[in-house]
Design a protein around this ligand. Sequence first.
Ligand code: GCO
Ligand code: MG
Length: 412
Amino acid sequence: MSILAADVIVTSPDRNFVTLKLTTTDGVIGLGDATLNGRELAVVSYLRDHVVQLLIGRDERNIEDTWQFLYRSAYWRRGPVTMAAIAAVDVALWDIKAKSAGMPLYQLLGGASREGLLAYGHASGRTNAELFESILEHRAQGFRAIRVQSGVPGLKAIYGIASNATSAGNAGVRYDHEPAQRGAQPVQEDWDTRSYLRHLPTVFEAVRNEFGPELPLLHDGHHRMTPIQAATLGKSLEPYDLFWLEDCTPAENQEALRLVRRHTTTPLAIGEIFNTVWDYQLLLREQLIDYVRSSVTHAGGITQLKKLLESAAQYQIKSGMHGPTDISPVGMAAAMHLGLAIHNFGIQEYMVHGARTNEVFEQTFTWRDGMLHPGDAPGLGVDLNVDEAGKYPYAQAYLPYNRLADGTMHDW
Ligand code: GCO
Ligand code: MG
């Protein structure tokens, strides 16, 4: 038994997705998500030009060894492109193993630790009125935990606001507003941290007044603050009892969170752009965070993320896996199986994919009463409809970027 074929499939139904499809000599198919938003073709090349030929003829059962081989033999370790490529191979191999065993993947990972996964959705608005409407829509869809992103007076377009979406983006899919936007050039947005720090607590106060104390509320700072600004925000949001404040400081400087932690009890989540367990060493050891934001897709697959989350459990740190629409249904399924199996599951981010995406990727997961479940089909429970995928060729797309009023580039 070995790997007979490895195909890299690029499709762009509502946005670009890269999928690795492995086929074994006895005809079992495994899928892995290799989507890196805005830099998709770099991972395609990594897989097609450097990895596929290494997989043909390998024993598909040796998942740990294949992971170590791809990681160590490259010499140039880590980084988003490498780790997304390794993740895709890893998840496809787990899919194959679970299908061969006739079990849903979560059974192979230790079985279900809970009945379903609490998921949060993305509410947003340029004004409080728009935001309230968006929160109500999410509650009507069943969401029991809600991320709140708000416009800031004086700023034209900022991260996470649904009304930023243009018709060139994801027409007709109200919640699929996450960039990258299709086009030959990235879109410029504007930013002013002081206005944001002044405005955001007023938004949370209004949301708590309107929706009461029970509803779990989250917020994403998207790496925009300095450590002392993040500490200030964490403190000023304490009265509103956030579930978490995400990515408050830039991802490159883990020590920054020491300062933030010293000043606030607002729970902290970070890591959607980290890609290895080593990025978390300091954060776990010093208990500087409460939630690990890494996704299966961007952090080296099930094999590595399971180890990372087990290390985190020693410090009562929980999972909060990244789940925007740039994680494909294959990546989301992998997250759901892992989340169902581990003990220290925290919450799962969930953005609803567009209708065309759901035709390309046939899925068995369920969404009921604010809870996700991956279903009980053998493997991941996702099939790729190759004919349907072929209808949607790759479309150039970029994430936006930020400039301050004086023209200085700022983290987006
Ligand atoms: C999130 C993330 C996303 C990212 C996106 C970039 O918390 O869901 O911050 O919104 O911006 O994944 O590709
Ligand atoms: Mg985020």
